[in-house]
Design a protein around this ligand. Structure first.
Ligand SMILES: NC(=O)c1ccc[n+]([C@@H]2O[C@H](COP(=O)([O-])OP(=O)(O)OC[C@H]3O[C@@H](n4cnc5c(N)ncnc54)[C@H](O)[C@@H]3O)[C@@H](O)[C@H]2O)c1
Length: 265
């Protein structure tokens, strides 16, 4: 990474859900641009692997094991990060309950337990991270929350997931409003399908073809594309942007649905 691209030299960042996928890519990019990074995940081994990969590339990272829905664990994780690096400048709240037991059962049965766990991790988790991160940002800072285009549309399944992501759009405006005068910005990124390893594994050729037909651009979003946007929003280049949800979707929502479908047929 060239010197002029190291936008986070001397800064401290915390990324949740950083054990894989988008979070791992964002943590790696923040570290490559100079940040000391707290790599937080509920899966201890995944957090350790991401932190160790960052250190392997010459970056600085500490692994933090934490369930973001548990306030005591969140408080301890932020305290551990501050003990390691002194303070916090960037929070990327990205963890979501995406396992088979939660997201995988989030269908039109509207299961209350699935709803509660989805809200606990995706929404309450973001709130708890913000609550405990803000006091560690005495000189201001930047918060980015991972939302989803599912929070901007309807669907026949994943109502709990989509509703939790829609609520993130409201939450980030409140955070931006509450802490703006202290120099803390808060934005969200809303991706459509991102080609994580899990997405590549889980989606068959038919579903991938459907996704390709839905979007305007020939290419899907890769984790590095989302990391680029998160790092921009977290950097001083975005110093006048707050309270916004930025869609990153290769043109999935920018048109009437039939337009892309007609072109693909
Ligand atoms: N991949 C996509 O297509 C896509 C699209 C839109 C939005 N998103 C959002 O991007 C974010 C990352 O998703 P991903 O695709 O990289 O998935 P992922 O499963 O690779 O990453 C999610 C991470 O969150 C962790 N996690 C789950 N519950 C947690 C908890 N309670 N506390 C702490 N960590 C926890 C998991 O262990 C995992 O490492 C999520 O917020 C997801 O909703 C993903």
């Amino acid at each position: 990474m060239s010197r002029e691209m190291r936008r986070f030299d001397g800064r401290v960042a915390l990324v949740t859900g950083a054990g894989s996928g988008i979070g791992a890519a964002c943590a790696a990019r923040l570290a490559a641009e100079g940040a000391c990074v707290g790599v937080l995940d509920v899966r201890a081994s995944a957090a350790k692997a991401s932190a160790s990969a960052i250190r392997g590339h010459g970056g600085t990272a500490v692994a933090l094991t934490c369930d973001v829905s548990d306030e005591k664990q969140v408080e301890s994780a932020v305290a551990e990060l501050v003990a390691s690096f002194g303070r916090l400048d960037v929070l990327h709240s990205n963890a979501a309950a995406l396992g088979r037991d939660v997201y995988g059962r989030d269908d039109d049965a509207l299961d209350a337990a699935v709803w509660d766990r989805t809200m606990a991790v995706n929404l309450r988790g973001a709130m708890l991270m913000v609550k405990h991160a803000v006091p560690a940002m005495p000189d201001g800072g930047a918060i980015v929350v991972t939302s989803s285009v599912s929070g901007l549309t309807g669907d026949t399944d994943h109502a709990a997931y989509g509703t939790s992501k829609a609520a993130i759009g409201g939450f980030i405006r409140y955070v931006a409003t509450m802490y703006g005068k202290r120099g803390i910005r808060c934005n969200a990124v809303a991706p459509a399908l991102v080609m994580t390893e899990e997405a590549r594994r889980a989606l068959g050729p038919e579903r991938l073809a459907e996704k390709a037909a839905e979007r305007l651009l020939p290419w899907p979003c890769e984790v590095g594309d989302v990391a680029g946007l998160v790092c921009f929003l977290a950097s001083d280049e975005a110093r006048c942007i707050t309270g916004q949800t930025v869609v990153i979707d290769s043109g999935t929502l920018a048109h009437r649905p039939e337009h892309a479908i007609r072109q693909a047929l």
